[in-house]
Write a protein that binds this ligand. Sequence first.
Ligand SMILES: NC(=O)c1ccc[n+]([C@@H]2O[C@H](COP(=O)([O-])OP(=O)(O)OC[C@H]3O[C@@H](n4cnc5c(N)ncnc54)[C@H](OP(=O)(O)O)[C@@H]3O)[C@@H](O)[C@H]2O)c1
Length: 321
Amino acid sequence: MKSRKIGKTELLSGLFGLGCNKMLDPNNADMVAVAHEAIDIGMNQFDGADVYGEGKCEIFLGTILKSRRDEATIVSKFGMIRTPQGAVVNVKPDYVKQACDASLGRLQMDHIDLYYQHRMDLNVPIEDTVGAMAGLVKAGKVKEIGLCNTTSDLIRRAHKVHPIAAVQMEYSLMERGVEKDVLPTCKELGITFVAYGPLTYAFLAGEVKKHDDLPQNDAFRRRQSRFTDENLDHNVKMLAALNQVATEVGATPAQIALAWCLHRPFDVLPIPGSSKPKHLEENAEAADVHLTESQVKLLDSSFSVGAAKGDGAMMAPVSPR
Ligand SMILES: NC(=O)c1ccc[n+]([C@@H]2O[C@H](COP(=O)([O-])OP(=O)(O)OC[C@H]3O[C@@H](n4cnc5c(N)ncnc54)[C@H](OP(=O)(O)O)[C@@H]3O)[C@@H](O)[C@H]2O)c1
């Protein structure tokens, strides 16, 4: 897979990164194989977070990739903490260093390549949080910084305090809200837009046709109203265009959905999550899929903003209390 730089930095990534929120078990042979194969094929950006598996993802990445540290671009995030009462956001400046040190300990590494603020809290000035993140860069604990689940205004304010290398938000054929403000802002400022959920959590691969296709313990997908049976009845019909292009190209629908991300007039770096080698290989091949202008047009019009029914997983900034 071709390599590219993230934002205006020297940090390298494959055209796709690897979403790691399910990579939690160093004894799971499939997950270990995926991690090594991802490096072997150049899909070398590992997107972790402290909250994934409450530290387990970072422990997995540390255990498996310690011996291949120089070949991997290691990503982590802070600011979201799971409690028995639900997720709590903490992005206060004095917490930033503490969270980073804890992540480095679990990763068994001396630095993180790209460190994101995972959630925005409008009660805590972004300048203060990003100022604390800039301190981590100065201390050599973090190479570059990024923001997740944010807004155009917050990106601009943060970028004035310290260059933002990447912005990570949900983006796919099914979720195109960021095209209005966030993507143009990233383009203007030279920030790479990292697309999470590029397969809309397996929906675009044709694996979610009814609500009960989602495992009972999959609260993240089960709470998205786009996946109620009523809305799925409508949304599944949208897949016809994707399937048509897939047949024309001789690729799978998942590959077309990922290739579409690379055909945007923006700098988009998708990070599909794959915990199975066959998914990793299929997704990696999408980096070589070429779509014609008319195929892109068909996909754009079939999945236009507002065409899908129900909401996704977008995590809006916490509002003033
Ligand atoms: N910043 C944030 O707030 C935020 C929020 C959510 C996610 N993320 C990041 O973004 C990454 C990507 O999001 P995601 O993993 O939730 O969603 P996704 O990439 O849209 O979908 C991943 C799901 O699709 C399945 N899949 C992958 N490739 C497939 C293929 N070729 N055919 C059929 N099914 C396939 C995976 O199954 P298998 O696991 O079985 O391979 C997994 O269930 C996450 O891993 C995480 O790193 C960030």
